[in-house]
Design a protein around this ligand. Structure first.
Ligand code: KG4
Ligand code: ZN
Length: 357
């Protein structure tokens, strides 16, 4: 007999301590009953980045409070949960261990199913919370640590068709912002600055743009900005640089997304083609407009998660838990954290691709 499914989702893979309660009713309607996120951004500023041990300590101090608040906000009781999902990777080992242990303990005490979630699968499935998106679909995953084109063939079934060979796109936004004196996370700050800038001021490189396939590269762009720095003095210079940078990113994404779409059409689907863009960078409105335009041209229906679900959150983990549970998947309580956990384990290791998958 079909029934409601109510899941707790826990996320601690990097610098956000997050928990959420998500319920899918028997008709398939989904409600996020609570979504609590505590960011450590301010705590990490004085160290110039995320120090894993500090981040883990902060998760450990907050996790009980955040989970309790998620339960209270949802007006549910722990006993009403049908399952518990927690991020098991990829991410910082000591951080992952905090949320994973909390999730396993709650599931164990309640004697409820436990699901160990790949954080990237959380991002990949988020647009399915509110839209009936069928498999397979093309996914551009753009976050602080990852930039990949994947074909989502089903729950747990991913084919990587392109990846960054150096920096992730979110990281490129963050480093560019840092170079012009803006604090982490730089993405939203660059977007704001760009609103008042002239995008034609600086001509920046578009690495490997003409190479066939869907791989991306951003390291050369970062170096070019570093060389320009002596010329960037006034607020106007910074606005112009931000606008030129964002325009360059949009041009790179336009060409590479078009290649990914062409590959998707040739290998997978010619009708009802869907393009999903998710991860923190997907909140950028200029990128959204650019990819909306491309999707129309290429006859793809496109979906972005709501802005508040683009960056890391517990709802995407609870939802991935529900999706996997409905496929009959459960994990044992002895599951371990996996700092490296590619969505497509068969994708070739790219020389120079660092740890970006
Ligand atoms: O998905 P996310 O919250 O965390 C990871 O899994 O990495 O993504 C965070 C990244 C950061 O690099 C941040 O600067 C970027 O997403 N970001 C943006 C915007 N909002 C967040 N980048 C560009 N424009 C934005 N509006
Ligand atoms: Zn993320």
């Amino acid at each position: 007999m079909k029934k409601d499914l109510t899941f707790l989702g826990i996320e601690t893979s990097c610098d956000e301590t997050a928990a959420s309660i998500v319920r899918e009713d028997e008709e398939g309607n989904v409600k996020i009953l609570s979504n609590v996120i505590s960011s450590q951004v301010d705590e990490h500023l004085k160290f110039g980045g995320v120090v894993p041990e500090n981040a883990a300590r902060s998760h450990a101090e907050k996790i009980d409070i955040i989970i309790k608040k998620a339960i209270d906000d949802s007006k549910c009781k722990f006993e009403e949960l049908d399952g518990v999902a927690a991020t098991a990777g990829p991410g910082l080992l000591v951080c992952l261990m905090v949320g994973l242990s909390a999730g396993k303990s709650i599931a164990g005490i309640l004697k409820k199913p436990f699901l160990a979630i790949n954080h990237l699968e959380g991002h990949a499935l988020t647009p399915r919370i509110f839209n009936k998106i069928e498999f397979p679909y093309l996914l551009l995953l753009v976050s602080g640590g990852h930039t990949q084109f994947l074909i989502v063939e089903g729950i747990g079934k991913y084919k990587r068709i392109g990846t960054t060979i150096d920096d992730a796109l979110g990281e490129t936004f963050d480093k560019t912002a840092k170079m012009i004196g803006l604090e982490f996370p730089g993405g939203p700050k660059i977007e704001k600055l760009a609103e008042n800038g002239n995008e034609k001021t600086y001509v920046l490189p578009k690495p490997i743009l003409n190479h066939p396939g869907c791989n991306l590269s951003f390291a050369g762009l970062k170096t070019a900005i570093l060389r320009l720095l002596p010329k960037i003095k006034t607020k106007k210079d910074k606005e112009n640089l931000a606008a030129s940078f964002q325009k360059t990113i949009n041009e790179i994404l336009y060409i590479k997304c078009k290649s990914a779409m062409t590959e998707f059409i040739s290998k997978y689907k010619k009708d009802k083609k869907v393009f999903v863009i998710s991860g923190g960078v997907a909140s950028n409105k200029s990128i959204r407009n650019n990819l909306d335009k491309l999707s129309k041209e290429m006859d793809f229906e496109n979906f972005f998660p709501p802005i508040e679900l683009c960056s890391d959150n517990g709802a995407m983990i609870a939802w991935a838990g529900i999706e996997r549970f409905k496929k009959g998947i459960e994990d044992n309580l002895d599951v371990l954290a996996k700092p490296r956990w590619p969505l497509d384990p068969d994708a070739p290791f790219l020389k120079g691709a660092g740890v970006k998958y």
